[in-house]
Design a protein around this ligand. Structure first.
Ligand code: GLN
Length: 488
């Protein structure tokens, strides 16, 4: 078993054919984490005891020749915003440093019920606030392709873990690019679903009207398989959609002859890195060769997406993070004498600078007197962005665009300039206000061997089409198969 290029498909086949046992797979993964993670720092928590115990139980079931479940024995990681029963869940913030949930998030529960084995919780920007994983209160994650570069963010730990073979896949969250951009920076596949397709129950909230759950995987095929397991209505999340879940694998091999792909001109602008541009141009040709018809389209409100996204996001942050008051959750300042001091001191010490910045700006945007100028305006622009997508999807089936205007940047390069960091999200934050899905896949490498990615964007609930198109591309290319060379 070669962990560095193990896909979910191969892992399932290996277990099914008894090429290796669940215990062997889980032990090898834990050993790899022990060997590589001191350099990469993808994990905040590793759970060897519970993982090995579950692996032994899985092997017992297999020995008694009971049928394997969909994910029996598959080791996976989850971003540390997913509540995991009995396992520390920090949101990468000091304020939740010692918080142990008493229940599982619905997506975790579904994966566990399907037999998957949680091996650990991954690092990310605290509460999902960032694009480089440098805003974690605990550690900086390194890009496995070049340890001096960021892995992207906020789900940088999840993407770095999958790229370096530390767990077959990772469960992550995307509010404005947090699955797609790190997947792109680490050369793996990332799926952000339609808002409401996967339950957010038990996921520590960033912006409740923007947050979506998805997966980071070695291939599109793996993402399709997993989506079938985690998607679906949940009585515990009133924003989940009631729609029946299609068989995403069934349509995967249908090919894309005649598929209409739009190339939004606002995404192919001056200033995008020439190597990124070149890889994207070649990918477009590949899609055309596969039978797709491409045409230039326009999403005129794209330039307004960053302010509209950030104003909506941080306004929701200021409300969602009010619950961390030193009383109910996490860190509670021991020095405080009065109730108000308890709030102030717990929050002052528990939150990092980016979290404070967003709470303050969000509170300001929602305050009487400024609400109309900021929050309300952002909601109006959000509607215009949604209309852009609705209009364009009357003409084309999908959009193809870059994920990031540049390849992975250096650790520390943008950390001191929050505005630069926010602007880096130009191609990812646009889609969350519209609630539509996006699929990021590797489409090339720079001459310095850093991954480049593209994203496919579709109308609401078009995951089947996105996955079919992504799979067609991966059947004809091998970018997604490349892995960084890592040694202990
Ligand atoms: N980088 C974006 C932000 O900082 C997106 C983060 C996310 O999707 N959680 O808000």
């Amino acid at each position: 078993m070669e962990l560095s290029d193990l896909t979910l498909k191969k892992a399932r086949a290996g277990l099914e054919n008894k090429d290796f046992s669940a215990k062997e797979l889980v032990s090898a993964t834990l050993e790899r984490i022990q060997k590589l993670d001191p350099k990469i720092s993808a994990f905040l928590t590793v759970c060897p005891e519970s993982a090995l115990k579950q692996a032994a139980e899985t092997d017992e079931l297999i020995a008694r020749s009971q049928k394997l479940k969909a994910l029996s024995g598959i080791p996976f990681s989850a971003k540390d915003v997913f509540s995991t029963q009995g396992i520390k869940t920090t949101a990468a913030s000091r304020i939740l440093e010692n918080y142990i949930p008493v229940y599982d998030a619905t997506a975790i529960k579904k994966l566990r019920e399907a037999g998957a084995i949680l091996i650990g919780k991954t690092n990310h920007d605290a509460f999902g606030f960032g694009s480089s994983t440098e805003n974690s209160d605990f550690q900086v994650t390194h890009n496995p392709w070049n340890l001096n570069k960021v892995p992207g963010g906020s789900s940088g730990g999840s993407a770095a873990a999958v790229a370096s073979g530390m767990g077959v896949f990772s469960l992550a969250e995307d509010t404005g690019g947090s699955i797609r951009q790190p997947a792109c920076f680490c050369g793996v596949t990332g799926l952000k679903v339609t808002y409401g397709l996967v339950s957010r129950y038990g996921v520590i909230a960033y912006g409740s009207s923007l947050d979506t759950i998805g997966v980071i995987t070695p291939s599109v095929e793996d993402a399709a398989f997993l989506l079938g397991i985690i998607a679906g209505p949940d009585p515990l999340d009133a924003t989940t959609m009631p729609n029946p879940i299609p068989d995403y694998l069934e349509s995967l091999n249908q090919g894309i002859k005649g598929l209409r792909i739009g190339l939004p001109k606002e995404y192919f602008i001056e200033g995008i890195d020439p190597e990124v541009k070149q890889s994207l141009d070649e990918a477009v040709k590949k899609f055309e060769k596969l039978g797709a018809k491409t045409e230039s389209v326009s999403l005129p409100h794209t330039p307004d997406a960053i302010p509209a996204y950030y104003l909506s996001g941080i306004s929701e942050v200021s409300a969602n993070l009010a619950r961390y008051d030193g009383v109910r959750f996490g860190y509670s300042s021991p020095e405080a004498r009065e109730l108000e001091d308890l709030y102030l001191e717990s929050r002052a010490k528990g939150f990092g600078p980016e979290v404070k910045r967003r709470i303050m700006l969000g509170t300001y945007a929602l305050s009487a007197g400024y609400y109309d100028a900021f929050y309300k305006k952002a909601q109006q622009v959000r509607y215009l962005i949604k209309q852009d997508f609705d209009r364009v999807f009357q003409k084309v089936d999908l959009l193809l665009a870059p994920v990031s205007p540049f390849p992975p940047f250096g650790i520390g390069e943008k950390a001191e300039d929050p505005l630069q960091m926010w602007l880096a999200d130009i191609f990812t934050v646009t889609i969350n206000p519209a609630g539509v899905p996006g699929l990021a896949l590797p489409c090339g490498f720079t001459k310095n061997n850093l991954p480049i990615g593209l994203q496919l964007i579709g109308p609401q609930l078009s995951e089947g089409v996105l996955l079919k198109a992504g799979h067609a591309y991966q059947s004809q290319t091998d970018w997604h198969k490349r892995r960084p060379s890592l040694s202990a």
